[in-house]
Design a protein around this ligand. Structure first.
Ligand SMILES: Cc1cc2nc3c(=O)[nH]c(=O)nc-3n(C[C@H](O)[C@H](O)[C@H](O)COP(=O)(O)O)c2cc1C
Length: 390
């Protein structure tokens, strides 16, 4: 592979370096993948308004997310099994994010534990929580996140049941993993990945094994996870989480204005307009299509962020233009990680920052706060809504 200039280059390199079953786990959506595709396609369909002869000498992508200064309004999304894209993946991504001045979110379903990441980094990170039925385990997880100095808790609401991804079933990616023979043989073509894995002790769900009652190995883990995602989750449970946590709360997985209003009532600082990267409800609208309605409903009462399909700085600008105050990236950083470890995540962030900066300049804006619908072509008055995303 020659010089890397865009996220697509990182994706292609990751595809060559990460074993098929883990690459497929990242690069797939549920069922027909229509929502997965729509996330990117709908962003690409938005046109920008080119402006000229604006003083561009002082530009900055710096902003804030829930009061925290960020070098650009882009955080790393929580992603499960990140330590399988690359050995110690969560630690490496957290370090790259800290060096770049953007937040990192650690998933409940990470390979490196909360304590592993805290020990390896100096910047506070965010912790993402799934609602589990074992409330003692939940309370303990929240306590561990507090003890590790996590500066926000992100509660994910869109995964009470799991969307089906065909590739994962075909690859045998389950708990415990049952890789097909073809996938095991395929490992021989990924020697760098295998060496990395052999050199780290972190190869299972670090937040769970050894912490949840009676979970000590892969078999007991599989029994535990199968019964833990809480089908009874409702808005009262969110109050319970907030009481245990007592800090900044972010609600993730909102796609509907009605749910967004409930999110405001819950006292959260931010909500993330998200369809889980097209991995849950296939047939749901893209995140960018759902964003304006939610901003209109609650944007003056809570920070509205969005994720899904962001593969460039132009995409970040488009989300901001439609009212998001921040964005999260999932696969973009996972591809960087799979391609080149910490350096790949750093490169992903640098690519997106540069693209955002240049796109702002060509649209004639110099500060993040100036970005609104005026940067969109065909939507220039700020109130007229001729674009498909009103
Ligand atoms: C491989 C993978 C694993 C994920 N695991 C989690 C998770 O553990 N918790 C969570 O809240 N979201 C999870 N997500 C969803 C991401 O947080 C985010 O919403 C999504 O990736 C955004 O879309 P994008 O990948 O197109 O940027 C995962 C996404 C991917 C791709």
């Amino acid at each position: 592979m020659g010089i890397i200039t865009c996220i697509e280059d990182l994706r292609r390199l990751a595809q060559r370096r990460v074993p098929r079953m883990f690459y497929d786990y990242a690069d797939s959506g549920s069922w027909t993948e229509s929502t997965y595709r729509a996330n990117q396609l709908d962003l690409q369909a938005i046109r920008l308004r080119q402006r000229v002869a604006v003083d561009l000498s002082r530009r900055s992508t710096a902003s804030e997310m829930i009061g925290q200064p960020v070098s650009m309004p882009v955080a790393l999304a929580p992603t499960g099994l990140t330590g399988m894209q690359h050995a110690d993946g969560e630690i490496l991504a957290a370090r790259a994010a800290a060096a770049h001045g953007v937040p990192f979110t650690l998933s409940t379903m990470s390979i490196c534990s909360i304590e592993d990441v805290a020990a390896a980094t100096r910047q506070p990170f965010w912790f993402q929580l799934y609602m589990m039925r074992d409330r003692d385990f939940m309370a303990d997880l929240i306590r561990r996140a507090k003890a590790a100095g996590c500066s926000a808790l992100m509660l994910t609401l869109d995964l009470q049941v799991l969307g089906q991804r065909h590739k994962d079933l075909k690859n045998g990616l389950s708990t415990p993993p049952r890789p097909t023979l073809a996938n095991l043989l395929h490992l021989a073509t990924r020697p760098g990945w295998c060496l990395g894995m052999l050199s780290t002790p972190r190869r299972t769900f670090g937040n769970i094994v050894g912490h949840a009652q009676n979970v000590s190995d892969l078999r007991s883990l599989s029994v535990w996870t199968a019964e833990q995602f809480d089908l009874t989750l409702n808005w009262r449970d969110i109050e319970w989480v907030q009481q245990q946590w007592g800090g900044k709360l972010i609600l993730k997985g909102i796609l509907d204005a009605e749910d967004a209003r409930r999110a405001v009532d819950s006292g959260a600082e931010a909500l993330v307009v998200s369809n889980h990267g097209g991995r849950q409800l296939d047939g749901a609208p893209s995140s960018i299509a759902a964003l304006p309605g939610i901003v209109q409903a609650v944007g003056d009462r809570i920070e509205v962020w969005m994720d899904g399909g962001i593969r460039s700085g132009q995409d970040v600008l488009k989300a901001l233009a439609l009212g998001a105050r921040g964005t999260l990236i999932g696969r973009s950083f996972l591809y960087g990680l799979g391609a080149m470890g910490e350096a790949g995540v750093a490169q992903c962030l640098e690519i997106i920052r540069k693209e955002l900066d240049t796109t702002m300049a060509l649209c004639g804006v110099t500060q993040i706060e100036q970005i609104d619908r005026n940067v969109l072509w065909g939507d220039a008055s700020g109130s007229s809504t001729s674009s498909a995303f009103s």
